[in-house]
Design a protein around this ligand. Structure first.
Ligand code: ATP
Ligand code: MG
Length: 509
């Protein structure tokens, strides 16, 4: 910690020094713009500049050194490049790209350099941290043991995510990737988790929809939006995920819990490829430069659960990747799958059949979250995945006219109810106890008498009903995270009573 404070101190002083220096003092290196095109400026006269160093153009625009040649360097311009012309002066500020961090950002919409995009008050320009920071060392980490509840039944029960985990959300265009991540953010209104949503290359309207959804349903005062939208310069879009990580790490390093959504890294990879091709880096597979894997690995490695000595904070990452015609073996999706601790695969066919969230249960996996799942939820969700997978096969088989016997018919009926349960509208997160109750009831056969068409109604009424009829059990399971026989029986009985009430036509709540 002392080291970190010393580093922060040093940064504070060096940044203040840079801010105080007038343009082109003798102590700072001054270069000259030779050419400028496509958001990249070729600059001569800065032979000692470091890779990634922050430069300032004569008009105040910022940029960073992207590749270094013998006599010229390529600078990626982060601001509007229209006023930059050949012959202008450029100074090497001696610093690196930084973003403001801290509580002042909560609830704000900012660009990747920390400049406000909403109409709120100006942000304090201090404290700041570099956008590229080393990931915590293995010794500084601890095992992922606490769950990050998303409120989405299929995720929490089958692919539980732990605090500090990296779970990829991957699927074709418009399969509900953003919606799933936003539901996870919204569900944090009941928790202490701070959320950072990073938009990379997204249209402004899509970003607006996310912000509005969180405002309407979630806890906007604990959310930061970092927007490198489709209309911003490639430089800013490139910076966005790194800046978001730094902002989230600030909270992690203070012992708090943070969640970052990177929407999406396929576009980030495309921006990286664009910059690389413009700066004449040799293209590799699918024309991406060779360092694309390293770029994303070093980004996602920063999500971690810290050891108790470092405060025990956590940073969970939900990167999003887009596939083309479900092709998970394309370069960027495979890279990201191998970097992360699991993936939630969304499927176009399921989405079209209105099974939303369209999670492909066979292809999705969570490699570390199982250990972090609430014991209560683990106890009741064990068989669901198997039952559901069997049902999908049996359903396919009987679709071609096979006449099932009673046992098979029973499985199919149970499977239809599981599917109805896992189909969940947006903004209707279920609490852990609600999920436990409904899955325990399913295992106990209580839902066999409910038609799948009425499951959504059951799910909608469940939270209020449980609070009203089994309040003590709800609080005891919530507090302990475990499910003993007595509360289990009480929760199942409560669901059974709700089923009876529905059968009586009691839908007037
Ligand atoms: P893009 O590829 O454009 O980024 P995406 O994969 O992020 O798309 P979304 O924008 O999240 O997809 O969702 C596409 C549409 O599906 C939206 O209209 C959204 O409202 C709807 N949708 C997503 N999830 C659900 C759900 N669980 N229930 C009902 N509708 C949903
Ligand atoms: Mg999206």
């Amino acid at each position: 910690m002392a080291d970190r404070d010393a580093a922060a101190d040093w940064l504070a002083r060096s940044r203040a020094a840079v801010a105080a220096t007038p343009l082109a003092p003798e102590s700072l290196a001054v270069g000259r713009v030779e050419r400028v095109a496509d958001g990249i400026a070729q600059v001569s006269g800065l032979p000692d500049i470091a890779l990634g160093a922050l430069v300032r153009f004569e008009g105040g625009q910022l940029g960073f050194a992207h590749s270094l040649g013998i006599s010229e360097i390529d600078v990626v311009i982060c601001d509007d490049a229209s006023a930059i012309e050949a012959g202008q002066r450029v100074i090497d500020t001696g610093g690196v790209l930084e973003v403001p961090v801290g509580e002042a950002l909560l609830g704000r919409v900012i660009d990747p350099l920390g400049r406000p995009l909403d109409d709120g008050a100006p942000l304090p320009s201090w404290p700041t941290l570099p956008i590229e920071r080393p990931a915590p060392a293995i010794i500084d980490r601890s095992e992922v043991t606490e769950p990050l509840e998303t409120g989405v039944l299929v995720v929490d029960s089958l692919f539980s995510i732990g605090r500090g985990q990296r779970e990829l959300i991957v699927g074709d265009r418009a399969t509900g990737k953003t919606s799933l991540a936003v539901d996870a953010i919204i569900n944090q209104r009941e928790s202490d988790v701070i959320c950072v949503y990073v938009a990379i290359g997204q249209p402004a309207a899509a970003v607006q929809r996310v912000i509005e959804a969180v405002h309407r349903h979630g806890a906007p005062e604990r959310c930061v939006y970092v927007v490198g939208g489709a209309a911003t310069s490639p430089g800013l879009q490139w910076i966005a995920p790194f800046a978001g990580m730094t902002i989230a790490e600030y909270f992690r390093d203070r012992g708090q819990h943070a969640l970052i959504v990177l929407d999406d890294l396929t576009r980030h990879a495309a921006t990286h490829r664009e910059l690389a091709l413009l700066t004449r880096e040799p293209p590799g597979r699918e024309a991406y430069p060779g360092d694309i894997f390293y770029l994303h690995a070093r980004l996602l490695e920063r999500a971690a659960k810290l050891s108790p000595e470092l405060g025990g904070g956590s940073l969970t990452a939900l990167p999003i990747a887009e596939t083309d015609a479900g092709n998970l073996s394309a370069y960027i999706p495979t890279n990201l799958i191998s970097i992360t601790d699991g993936q939630i695969v969304l499927d176009t066919t399921l989405f079209a059949a209105s099974h939303r969230p369209a999670v492909d249960v066979g292809l999705s996996v969570s490699r570390v979250g199982g250990k972090a799942q609430w014991p209560s939820l683990r106890q009741v969700s064990g068989r669901v995945r198997l039952d559901y997978a069997q049902f999908q096969e049996l359903e396919m088989f009987t679709r071609f006219g096979g006449v099932p016997n009673a046992r098979v018919q029973g499985r199919i009926e149970r499977g239809k109810r599981i599917r109805a349960l896992l189909t969940q509208p947006r903004f209707s997160g279920l609490s852990m106890v609600g999920q436990v109750a409904i899955l325990a009831a399913l295992a106990g056969g209580v839902l066999d008498g409910v038609s799948p068409a009425r499951i959504p109604e059951l799910r909608r009424r469940l939270p209020g009903w449980l609070e009203g009829t089994a309040g003590d059990e709800v609080s005891s399971v919530r507090a302990s995270g475990r499910l003993d026989a007595a509360p289990r029986a009480a929760l199942v009985a409560a669901v059974a009573a709700l089923v009876k009430d529905m059968a009586r036509g009691g839908e007037v709540q």
